[in-house]
Design a protein around this ligand. Sequence first.
Ligand code: FES
Length: 163
Amino acid sequence: MNEDLQKRIQAALANPQNMGEMAGADSIGTVGNADCGEMLRLWVKFKQQDGKRVIDRASFQSFGCETAIAVASLATELIRGKTAEEALALKTEELAGELGPLPPMKIHCAQLVEGALRSALAPEKVEAKPALPAAVNAPTLLDSFSKPKEGGVKLTFLDEPKN
Ligand code: FES
């Protein structure tokens, strides 16, 4: 990863926006990436504005990957005030916002955020992936990992490869 991008990610992480679960959310989306083990959950709350149903706020939980956290922080700010359709029309690179172009090995981090957004806003269009643990319905992501049911799968995270 180039130094400029690393600096922009660190800047986003220095003051992450909208982290944490949201009580009373109107919709929740959770996605996982079986290759890197990252999971991300997004909560969305709507409001009425000028006769339209727009996103009032969004929040997220994620473990591990700095790029996904940075993108989620920026994306949850970006989608405020947009209708679900407008938010769904945003491209992956738009969600990454001021981080700028991501290197190929980090594009999936932004796609994870995009997937959680789609899962929250248009769940009927998100294809269920068998690799996603059944624990996605736990109240928080931490619950998903810390309270495995008997016979469940224990997830172990590996360090992200350094470039
Ligand atoms: Fe897999 Fe970022 S989401 S490394």
